[in-house]
Design a protein around this ligand. Structure first.
Ligand code: BTN
Length: 260
């Protein structure tokens, strides 16, 4: 089924979620859904409000990178949350798992996760997660979770991502319904986020999808570069790296490359 824009009332009508996406802001084009979500937070947006766009003129990714997607090719989504402080480090795991599970449910493909939160198919990136949060006086004022998912784009036609990215359409060699993937994604997200809020150990499920574990890796974290064996993760999703001297280093953020 070919779905052009995502504004259709069927999305609102057919969402099976209780609170994720109940309040939905749709924009045919915007700078970044993160910016719109930030404004919505300023206006008191409730937990679960989503901002959805068919095109971004300044989509952003982790580590100051751009996020590229031709109009109506992808899912470009921000979710506004008000988690507890201790839940904040787990949001990325919830989002990455929700994306992977939704892709698997809708397409049968089996995505893996590259630490910290790139979703890969056939070794290439199909989706990424960005979290921007505001914390004051040891409380989370808001957390905005951005998800970009390449549904029908053709990476070979985009020099910025050719060679490193893929899309569901490319992997399946057929067009995929963005609406169907989005519906599944919001459903999976709500279930996993609710489980997190009930104290369930999300990191266990997440680590089963983590292809980084058990590999010799190089991690660039800020100005530092570490090399070692990706041994495991802790409850917050931090990477536990076994260094050549036998010590364990806890990596909170960074970029991993596999060492051959
Ligand atoms: C990454 O670098 O892997 C994270 C990419 C996150 C991209 C999404 S697209 C929707 C939302 N709006 C943005 O500007 N970025 C996020």
């Amino acid at each position: 089924m070919k779905q052009k824009d995502l504004s259709s009332t069927s999305l609102r009508r057919e969402l099976r979620t209780k609170f994720i996406g109940k309040n939905l802001l749709y924009l045919p084009v915007t700078s970044s859904t993160m910016d719109v979500a930030k404004q919505a937070v300023g206006n008191g947006a409730e937990e679960g409000t989503i901002v959805l766009a068919d095109h971004q003129t300044a989509g952003r990714g982790r580590l100051g990178r751009r996020w590229w997607a031709p109009p109506e090719s992808s899912i470009l989504l921000s979710i506004i949350l008000h988690p507890k402080l201790e839940e904040l480090p787990s949001l990325g795991m919830v989002a990455g798992l929700a994306v992977a599970q939704a892709i698997e449910k809708v397409t049968g493909l089996k995505p893996v996760i590259k630490w910290p939160n790139d979703i890969l198919i056939g070794g290439k990136k199909v989706s990424g997660v960005l979290i921007e949060s505001e914390v004051a006086n040891e409380a989370v004022r808001s957390a905005i979770l951005g998800i970009g998912l390449n549904v029908n784009l053709d990476p070979s036609s985009m020099p910025e991502i050719a060679g490193t990215a893929t899309s569901l359409g490319e992997a399946l060699k057929q067009e995929v319904s963005r609406l169907e993937v989005l519906r599944a994604l919001l459903g999976e997200f709500e279930e996993l986020y609710s489980a997190l809020r009930h104290g369930e150990p999300i990191h266990r499920l997440w680590s089963c999808r983590l292809e980084t574990l058990g590999q010799q890796v190089t991690v660039k974290s800020g100005d530092e570069v570490h090399q070692g064996y990706a041994e495991s993760i802790d409850e917050q999703g931090n990477l536990l790296l076994r260094c050549p001297d036998g010590s364990i280093k806890t990596i909170v953020a960074g970029e991993v490359t596999l060492r051959t």
